[in-house]
Design a protein around this ligand. Structure first.
Ligand code: SF4
Length: 618
């Protein structure tokens, strides 16, 4: 007999088939929750179990899964997030992305732990989920609107300005391969093109409202964790004061700042676009996700030459680098405008910036001509092109239609050696961090099932001392691991950190919170009432990663897809990495050892039958 879920979960999944116009509720039990935890775990499980291999990601056969974790919407700060996943139209493999804001917490109060969207609606619709009730409503009048107009119309229609809206703009509707989904107006389900999947289903928005949070098993234990955080707020002081992007000047000095499509190292204009400059110029306030005392979200306002609407927040580090230094641009107002437009049209800023940077390099090399670009001078540093191109991409007009396909498809079409500087892995444009400085991150870019993701990854520079290293001592990492090491010690560290990140993404907790693995397990136990610990959580993470690996293998991915673009095996033109290319042989060796540690075949990367049995995956 199955055991009902205890604290933290609703024990219910909502399944909506837009082709059949049906709505169903399914029950999940405690064993299921312990085995897959929530968030990234639930998303990966449903995609692995329910999708047929070889399906078109933009067809009715794909499923879009929104999932919460046991800590979502609870009293522990950092739990205002949710995870979303589907088969990616960008990579053809599994995609999942976490997002902040308030939507996840509200869905929890509305009575569900996950929403699975199937099929394709014959006409634009939105889903209205409130206190266990669910309706599919007409969205014909919303199609073509940006995210701000969409949210305002829905709130007016439902006569409630507190409903939480996850929506797409024209980027998602027009199936831009890297369209995102916006929680509110400035929290993006950024990576992998999940907004295009939503657009393909003619689903304009999922709107939630609820009043009943699941019970917490041990409120006193949760209170102790809250008090620890309150007493240690100095650990997150930098985020509180500046948000992300405070250290960009240091990044440029040490070689972590991508400059001109990861080609160069020096970028003197970095001071014009970092978070301290934002604070002193265009920032009007800071904002927060659900129940968060850190408040790391910048809100900016600009009057001229571009009007930037503060309703869309402000640029995070990834955006500052993607639309800024990586395009050779140090005009902060142009970057802020680009950020606003991406949020309005639902485009991932990392992929949008990477696509533009790649196109700029192609243009400068003569691989794209003015004829190809509708007369636009696509040169590094030309800040005027940022707003212009984002408009064209979202509407798939002119050159925008080509740029909407992402770097991998563009490089395939352009050919003539452009693949070598197309900065993507498995089709996902890389996060704004340098593998030539951080080889462990480079390994993460190679083997991550979702592509070159910087979040679920190791940042080598953090493990030479200080708190991140202290946090791993109970897990056996007792000494610093040199930044440039890519031997077995670094691979072991990478694997451990990757597993801990999957725990964060499954619970689903903001990674900016300084919780160590033991505190995450403690929080889980306090909320759910389970007698759980770090070992169980790492095993769950291993199960989730292995399922994602199986998903990709089923789609035809192999060890050959776990590879970096050639640019990373060359030096940058100048700066700190001018004579520091990655060594391809060392990276291949590291990959093989990672496979071994994961219980996958050392050459093919296919999980062994024994590992699958151990993880209860067969
Ligand atoms: S630290 Fe920032 S991203 Fe994380 S929950 Fe708080 S406001 Fe959101």
């Amino acid at each position: 007999m199955t055991k009902k879920v205890s604290g933290g979960y609703n024990g219910k999944i909502l399944r909506v088939d837009l082709s059949a116009n049906t709505i169903a509720t399914e029950v999940i039990d405690e064993l299921f929750c312990r085995k897959y935890l929530g968030g990234a775990g639930f998303v990966t499980y449903f995609l692995w179990k329910e999708l047929q291999s070889g399906i078109d990601p933009l067809s009715p056969d794909n499923k879009l899964v929104f999932a919460l974790g046991p800590l979502t919407g609870g009293p522990l700060p950092g739990g205002g997030r949710n995870c979303v996943g589907a088969k990616s139209p960008l990579t053809g493999g599994i995609a999942k992305s976490e997002v902040g804001g308030f939507w996840g917490a509200e869905l929890k109060r509305a009575g569900f732990d996950a929403v699975i969207i199937e099929g394709i609606s014959p006409k634009p619709v939105y889903l209205w989920v409130h206190d266990g009730e669910v309706t599919i409503r007409d969205a014909g009048h919303l199609w073509g609107k940006n995210t701000k107009e969409t949210q305002a119309s829905i709130r007016a229609e439902l006569e409630d300005d507190k409903v939480r809206v996850a929506s797409i703009g024209p980027g998602g509707e027009n199936l831009v391969k890297y369209a995102c989904i916006m929680n509110g107006l400035y929290d993006a389900v950024g990576r992998g093109g999940l907004g295009a999947v939503m657009g393909s289903k003619k689903l304009k928005a999922v709107v939630v409202k609820g009043h009943k949070a699941p019970k917490i098993a041990d409120p006193e234990r949760v209170k102790a964790l809250r008090q620890w955080l309150q007493a240690n707020m100095q650990l997150v002081q930098n985020f509180r004061e500046f948000g992300t992007g405070a250290a960009m000047e240091v990044y440029e000095t040490v070689g972590n700042l991508p400059v001109r499509n990861f080609r160069d190292g020096l970028f003197p204009g970095v001071k014009n676009i970092d978070a301290p400059t934002i604070k002193n110029t265009i920032r009007i306030r800071m904002d927060a996700c659900f129940g968060c005392p850190i408040r790391c979200k910048k809100v900016v306002q600009v009057e001229e030459p571009y009007a930037v609407d503060p309703a869309y927040g402000g640029p995070e580090y990834e955006t500052l680098a993607a639309l800024g230094s990586n395009c050779g641009i140090d005009n902060l107002k142009a970057i802020a405008k680009g950020n606003e437009l991406c949020n309005a049209y639902s485009l991932d800023t990392i992929s949008a910036g990477s696509v533009i940077a790649f196109a700029m390099e192609c243009f400068e090399k003569g691989l794209l001509s003015s004829q190809d670009t509708n007369g636009i001078e696509l040169r590094f540093g030309n800040d005027e092109v940022i707003p212009k191109l984002i408009e064209l991409i979202a509407r798939r007009e002119g050159i925008g239609d080509f740029l909407a396909e992402g770097v991998a498809r563009m490089a395939q079409k352009i050919g003539r050696g452009s693949e070598e500087f197309g900065i993507q892995v498995k089709g996902l444009e890389a996060g704004m961090h340098e593998p030539r400085l951080k080889p462990g991150l480079g390994l993460g870019f190679m083997v991550n099932p979702h592509g070159a993701d910087h979040e679920c990854n190791l940042h080598d520079t953090l493990y030479v001392g200080g708190r991140p290293l202290e946090e791993l001592k109970p897990l056996g990492i007792l000494e610093p691991v040199p930044v440039d090491d890519i031997g077995p010690r670094k691979v072991g560290l990478f694997r451990l950190v990757q597993l801990v990140k999957i725990v964060f993404d499954s619970l689903v907790v903001c990674e900016f919170f300084p919780y160590n693995p033991e505190q995450l397990a403690d929080a889980t136990a306090a909320v759910t009432g389970w007698d759980t610990g770090v070992l169980e959580q790492l095993r769950v993470a291993e199960r989730i990663l292995t399922m994602a690996r199986l998903f990709n293998i089923r789609e035809g991915f192999s060890a050959a897809d776990d590879r970096l673009p050639r640019r990373f095996f060359q030096s940058t033109n100048d700066g700190a990495l001018a004579d520091k290319p990655l060594d391809p042989a060392k990276m291949e060796k590291a990959k093989s050892y990672y496979y071994t540690l994961m219980g996958w075949d050392a050459t093919t990367g296919i999980p062994t039958p024994e590992k699958l049995e151990e993880l209860d995956l067969i």
